[in-house]
Design a protein around this ligand. Structure first.
Ligand code: 5AD
Ligand code: SF4
Length: 487
């Protein structure tokens, strides 16, 4: 062996295949962290700070699992030895919030120069954002993206062994790494990725660029993960994908989303199944039939509308029109009368006229959404809509936004009140933050209920009488004994 003999020996020891490679780096990072602990006489701490959607929340649980196995003690704030921001870039305000938080992290790093700061997630897949960070936020230690979050341990080791900012960004991947550590936020419920990426290219949306091409996980991997979760006490799963209705097409596993739901339903001990998000263009009759027959699939469908104007829907590349959306939503209400339908709506897409906006209000009135997330259009560089002329003036957008919000809230309030006096099954999720004598839980339709109870009830399913509706949530009380018997 030459002068670099030792390096060669070390390299050949590193497993080439995942997850073994990362498990090797977890051990190696654990050694580094232990040395730091011994040197400082205290435990190294780490914070995972998450922006954005449920996909990111699930990714953060994977990051937390890796950090836990490395030996970091979890903390919530930037006052930590390792801070990782899992970023979002769907709208510009998410980017701005990150820059604000980086200022906080920088102040901490000045006090603790050995602190490490990492950035990952959607915003890092945008070259312009990375350029800005390199130029103006040089104190950041590690940057990686959405396709390689599984590499956290390896990147931590690299950053201890090399000088300067470690940047590892992939344009795309067809790789799905299974069986990595994960740390769940809730013992009784969990997100489960069933697919990654998006191929829809709605014209306003940056997700297909930052999350890459659509790829589904193998049904057997998904079912095994859920079986393990249930064995570990999970009662409710949320199947996650940008467009779950096209599950199983890429690659073709010969199983539709409805077929997957049928298999998940068979898992003994699992009590509730949720999923998000559904694209209206792909929602099949088969799915409606499966939901209708199911005891476990929750009575809730998130069905983004985006706009009620057929003209704008075409420009948005949504591939359905106002009439098709209405027909679908009304069919759902007819077939599954107790279903709650929620939606996303964008106000101020380029060229939106008052008439287009009236179409949106019309759909909201006719569908009677149980809840709606309303967004002001945000121009995302690189998307087709960013190049469209006719951006709507800010004051017009704000005025429309306020009108829409009022209608959506009135509608949601009147829908919520319909269940007053009924008895519903509620999963107890936590103690009420304002009143420690109340437990907060969720009904099948996703509505929140607060009822008198104790911390030991968390994670159980109870039959609750909804005595009073307070706007968007209920106050209730235990109707009879626990709805299910714990084994
Ligand atoms: N501007 C505003 N809202 C957007 N969304 C996606 N892209 C944009 C954008 N450029 C909204 C859509 C989507 C939700 C997750 O975010 O309504 O359904
Ligand atoms: Fe974005 Fe459309 Fe894909 Fe949803 S379906 S992530 S809005 S491109």
């Amino acid at each position: 062996m030459g002068s670099n003999g030792e390096t060669q020996w070390n390299t050949s020891e590193i497993p080439a295949e995942e997850p073994d490679r990362q498990l090797y780096f977890v051990k190696k990072a654990a050694g580094i962290v232990k040395r730091e602990n011994d040197r400082l006489g205290r435990m190294q701490t780490a914070a995972v700070i998450t922006f954005g959607c449920q996909m990111n929340a699930r990714d953060s649980e994977k990051l937390s699992g890796i950090l836990r196995d490395i030996g970091y003690q979890p903390v919530e704030s930037e006052h930590a030895d390792f801070v990782i921001y899992n970023t979002c870039t769907v709208r510009d305000n998410a980017n701005q919030r990150l820059y604000g938080r980086l200022g906080v992290a920088h102040a901490e790093k000045k006090k603790n120069p050995r602190m490490k700061i990492a950035l990952c997630g959607c915003m890092m897949q945008e070259p312009s954002a990375v350029e800005k960070i390199k130029k103006s936020y040089g104190f950041v230690d590690i940057i990686f993206g959405t396709h390689n979050i599984f590499k956290l341990a390896e990147l931590i080791v690299n950053s201890y062994e090399q000088q300067g900012m470690i940047i590892d960004l992939w344009d795309n991947t067809d790789k799905i790494v299974e069986n990595l550590p994960v740390e769940r936020k809730y013992p009784f419920k969990s997100g489960v990725n069933i697919m990654f990426g998006c191929d829809n290219f709605c014209s306003y949306c940056i997700v297909p660029y930052v999350r890459g091409r659509e790829r589904s996980r193998r049904p057997s991997d998904i079912l095994l993960e859920i079986e393990r979760l249930v064995a570990d006490g999970v009662k409710e799963v949320m199947l996650l994908g940008q467009n779950v209705n096209s599950y199983g097409k890429k690659p073709d596993y010969g199983m539709t989303f409805a077929g997957l739901l049928r298999e998940v339903e068979k898992i003994e001990g699992l009590k509730r199944i949720r999923f998000m998000t559904s694209h209206p263009k792909d929602l099949s009759d088969e799915l409606i039939a499966v939901m209708k027959q199911s005891d476990k699939i929750c009575r809730h469908l998130h069905l983004p509308l985006q706009s009620g104007s057929s003209r704008l829907l075409k420009l948005m590349n949504r591939r359905y029109d106002k009439e098709q959306y209405l027909a679908l939503a009304l069919k759902l209400r007819r077939e599954i009368p107790d279903i709650s339908i929620t939606t996303d709506i964008i106000v101020g897409f380029p060229g939106e006229t008052e008439e287009d906006f009236q179409d949106t209000l019309d759909v909201v009135r006719r569908v009677q959404f149980d809840n709606a997330f309303t967004f002001i259009y945000s121009k995302r560089t690189g998307t087709p809509a960013a190049a469209m002329e006719d951006q709507v003036p800010e004051d017009v957008v704000h005025e429309r936004f306020d009108r829409l919000l009022k209608l959506v809230q009135d509608t949601a309030r009147s829908r919520a009140a319909l269940m007053t006096g009924t008895v519903q099954e509620v999963l107890a999720e936590g103690m009420n933050e304002q009143d420690a004598s109340l437990v907060t839980g969720r009904m099948s339709n996703n509505c929140l209920v607060h009822f008198p109870g104790t911390p030991d009830m968390i994670g159980g399913l109870y039959r609750i009488l909804l005595s009073e509706c307070r706007g968007f949530y209920y106050i209730g009380r235990l109707y009879d004994q626990e709805a299910e018997k714990h084994e």
